[in-house]
Design a binder for this molecule. Structure first.
Ligand code: NAD
Length: 289
């Protein structure tokens, strides 16, 4: 088994302290145990904070050991229940490792946010190499497949669970210069729809969030390639403006709120869906004045 459980400072939930530190508990996910992959940065990190606010017990996974340890530490210091696990989602032993660690820590796995992903090269299709294409598919598709493959049987035996995968507006459109990424995200949505058809009878729901332009390091890196010399923070907002009638990029929390809803019982009849969190991009692309 590879991957490591990073030691916790304070794994016990301390609700008064959470309130004091500004985390307002609403308890929609009280005592639900949830795995979040890609939790060291960006959307995964922001979602982890929201899930902690909702009372969830978290196993945070990332291949960046330091980043995931810091995320868990900040939630623990705010009184949340979060453990860090360093693992690469493309490594099946590591995925088995975090699944086992979640079960051992919490006795159940109620939720999975399969969110870890990479952007890949921003280049024309004709310049793409097989190695680069495979590396993106490996993380964005095989990583999600492995996470589902290991967590679903646990949920099936419990007869309950909710899974959210991170797709993209690239799950639904052929956007230029990102063939590997878009192909992987189309596949993630295909996986979600297919698993939905099988998982429902087992009491397990699965959905995807389809973010548009979100201000994270991933998009900042992409915009640096597309607009060299432009301040990446500004580049991200410009990218947001170019696709969303709201006229800006999303904050990672805006995706996290939707993921938290889908993981909760409030979404009890939402299943097999790809929910755009894109400021209206998919609805209006190509139609705006
Ligand atoms: N930022 C956007 O505009 C945007 C838009 C649509 C979809 N998404 C998707 O959202 C998800 C999160 O992206 P983000 O924008 O927060 O990016 P990010 O780079 O800020 O965070 C991604 C995290 O995933 C981790 N990670 C990458 N490969 C991993 C692996 N093999 N195993 C374990 N962890 C790994 C990274 O270390 C990082 O902490 C991705 O699936 C991405 O494709 C992002």
């Amino acid at each position: 088994m590879t991957g490591t459980l990073v030691p916790s400072i304070n794994p016990d939930v301390d609700k008064p302290r959470m309130r004091k530190r500004g985390i307002v508990l609403t308890g929609r996910l009280e005592n639900r145990s949830i795995i979040v992959t890609g939790a060291g940065n960006g959307i995964g990190q922001a979602t982890a904070r929201i899930l902690a606010r909702e009372g969830a017990r978290l196993l945070l996974v990332d291949k960046d050991k330091q980043a995931v340890a810091l995320t868990a530490e900040s939630l623990q210091q705010a009184g949340g229940d979060a453990r860090a696990f360093a693992a690469d989602v493309t490594d099946e032993d590591a995925v088995a490792g975090f699944t086992a660690a979640a079960l051992e820590s919490f006795g159940a796995i109620d939720g999975l946010f399969a969110n870890a992903g990479i952007g890949g090269a921003v280049i024309p299709f004709a310049e793409r190499t097989e190695a680069e294409f495979r590396s993106v598919i490996d993380v964005n598709l095989i990583g999600v497949f492995l996470s589902l493959r290991h967590v679903l049987p646990v949920m099936y035996s419990a007869g309950r669970g909710s899974i959210v995968c991170t797709g993209s507006i690239g799950s639904a459109r052929g956007l230029p210069l990102t063939a590997a990424y878009n192909a992987s995200k189309h596949a993630v949505l295909g996986l979600v729809r297919t698993v939905a058809s099988e998982a429902g009878p087992h009491g397990v729901r699965i959905n995807a969030v389809l973010p548009g332009m979100v201000d994270t390091q991933m998009l900042r890196t992409t915009t640096t390639v597309l607009a060299p010399g432009v301040d990446p923070a500004l580049g991200v907002q410009e990218a947001g403006k170019s696709v969303s009638p709201i006229g800006r990029a999303a904050r990672p929390e805006e995706v996290g709120e939707v993921a938290a809803f889908l993981l909760s019982d409030a979404a009890s009849y939402v299943h097999g869906a790809g929910i755009p969190v894109d400021g209206g991009a998919l609805a209006t692309m190509g139609n705006r004045p």
